[in-house]
Design a protein around this ligand. Structure first.
Ligand code: ACM
Length: 520
């Protein structure tokens, strides 16, 4: 079909968009160094796109939110207007120099895949769904100079190497876990974490909302949980908690970046903050002090335990659009095996009654789990007890999210010289966190792996600078393990691409560890 628009026909415009342009001023563009590595990258030698002040972002109705998001990314540093337009009006048709977002690609792109083409006449990102467009936009962001991340106007040129990218993820679950219980981090910091995750195409944030040291989500029917149980932290500081509105803001912000929030209420252990808040939850009816040292357990025989859980899970489920509620289940060392199994079964019924599926650390496989449950595997290499539970999960059809402590626990030190952090699972160097394969880490369960998660426990990290220092540069490596095809896996190539992220983090103010393993 051809239509007259601005004296040009649509078909002629399309030809213009994809024809090499002899008149384009040749400009240098940074080499293509992307994290995670796409499925396919074909560079177009000698071709460079330069974003100019006259550019539009052309986005049809279904892509408008992604278009606005992209404009919001690009406007501060470029100082350009970058109006976001649909193609319904003649003056809004994509003209040379524009960035065009298109919904509707081959079905092989799935819901998260995209295609991106950058030539001297424009950039086109196409995908089947807005998540795919969003990931194409993250790729475009990384193709632009690092200073595009600045919050104030910078001088250009805003060049992008000529390239065709076709990209789909390896795993559907690409997650991070942030422990806001040991130390509390307020909404803007969680949102910054979400932004940094989404720059690397991660799509799930598991929030560890309760532990011995603090309870971080307001539960209206049990108000002392947050107000008293949340009033301290692992450093004996003042703690803090999210109101339900705060939590909903995090959920909304995450959704705008295609990130799903998975809330965790850790049970039946790691519950001192809850036991301290309500005496009736204790077997002896006596509330321990806040920060009572040692292991803790909910009182499995007491019926009020399940009334309380029903209220907590009910309130949380009502403000959580994602499928999963995480019940923890790790390190229940003060709970007998029989009590543990009984407890997990009862709690599973509560989670189900509130319309959610159960997720837990892989020890929850000791319960009689439904096929829809998801196990978060935090075992270390060759740990036979843990691997046996992974086999139980497999037999039930429970998928595994791989969070192996000796690879991706971001609270482990990088090496012996790291000034902060833990070492019980060894040191996790930048290379360790990248150089493993989720399909073979636990032998025999390759087809049962849903994806990966990088946990960051904050027992010994009171500050947001600490969190950033431990997460970066390891978090992008876990993102790449989750996204990129195994055939692209190469530590040597990865470390060079990772190095290209450093200037970006410098501009963004991310406090990362300048690991000697990376050629910054
Ligand atoms: C854990 O590290 N206790 C799951």
């Amino acid at each position: 079909m051809t239509r007259k628009l601005l004296g040009l026909t649509v078909s002629c415009l399309a030809a213009l968009l994809f024809a090499p342009v002899a008149t384009a001023t040749p400009q240098a563009a940074a080499p293509v160094r992307l994290v995670p590595e796409p499925s396919s990258v074909v560079t177009l030698p000698g071709q460079v796109f330069t974003l100019k002040s006259t550019a539009h972002i052309v986005a049809p109705a279904g892509a408008a939110a992604t278009g606005q998001y992209l404009a919001g990314l690009l406007r501060p540093a470029t100082g350009f207007r970058l109006p976001v337009t649909t193609i319904s009006l003649p003056e809004d048709i994509g003209l040379p120099g524009d960035i065009r977002l298109t919904l509707g690609g081959p079905s092989s792109l799935g819901s998260e895949g995209y295609r991106l083409t950058a030539t001297p006449v424009g950039v086109e990102v196409s995908a089947n769904a807005s998540a795919g467009l969003f990931y194409g936009v993250q790729t475009l962001r990384q193709l632009l100079p690092a200073k595009v991340e600045a919050k104030t106007v910078q001088s250009g040129p805003w060049t992008v190497a000529g390239v065709t990218v076709r990209d789909t993820p390896r795993y559907a679950w690409r997650g991070a876990m942030l422990d806001v219980a040991r130390h509390f981090f307020p909404v803007p910091q969680v949102e910054q974490y979400i932004d940094l995750m989404s720059l690397y195409k991660m799509n799930t944030l598991h929030l560890h909302l309760s532990d011995n040291d603090g309870w971080r989500i307001d539960i209206k029917s049990w108000p002392r949980l947050a107000r008293y149980g949340g009033s301290t932290d692992a450093s004996r500081g003042p703690g803090g908690f999210y109101t339900q509105d705060d939590y909903s803001e995090i959920v909304r912000y995450a959704a705008s970046r295609h990130v799903t929030i998975v809330p965790e209420i850790d049970t039946p252990g790691h519950v001192t903050a809850a036991l301290a808040s309500y005496a009736p939850l204790n077997c002896d009816g006596v509330a321990p002090p806040l920060l009572n040292p040692g292991w803790s357990s909910l009182c499995v025989p007491l019926e009020i335990t399940y009334k309380w859980l029903d209220d907590v899970i009910g309130e949380l489920a009502a403000i959580t659009p994602g499928d999963y509620i995480d019940i923890g289940g790790d390190e229940a060392v003060n709970t007998s095996a029989a009590d543990y199994k009984y407890f997990v079964n009862r709690l599973q019924a509560i989670v189900t009654a509130h319309g959610k599926k159960l997720m837990g650390w892989h020890q929850v496989e000791a319960g009689d789990l439904a096929g829809s449950a998801l196990a978060d595997y935090w075992g270390t290499a060759g740990s036979t007890d843990d691997e046996a539970l992974a086999k139980v999960a497999q037999a039930r059809g429970n998928k595994l999210v791989l969070s192996p402590a000796d690879k991706v626990y971001l609270d482990m030190k990088y090496d012996a010289n790291t000034p902060i952090g833990q070492d019980w699972a060894g040191y996790n160097s930048v290379q360790d966190s990248y150089d493993w394969d989720p399909a073979t880490f636990v032998p025999g369960v390759a087809d049962d792996v849903a994806g990966v998660e990088a946990p960051l426990w904050t027992d010994v990290f009171p500050t947001w600078d600490d969190v950033q220092f431990m997460a970066f540069p390891r978090l992008p490596g876990v993102a790449e393990i989750g996204w990129s095809a195994q055939r692209t896996h190469s530590w040597d190539a990865y470390r060079t691409r990772l190095a290209a992220q450093g200037p970006r983090w410098d501009v963004m103010g991310v406090k990362y560890f300048r690991s000697p393993d990376v050629p910054w």
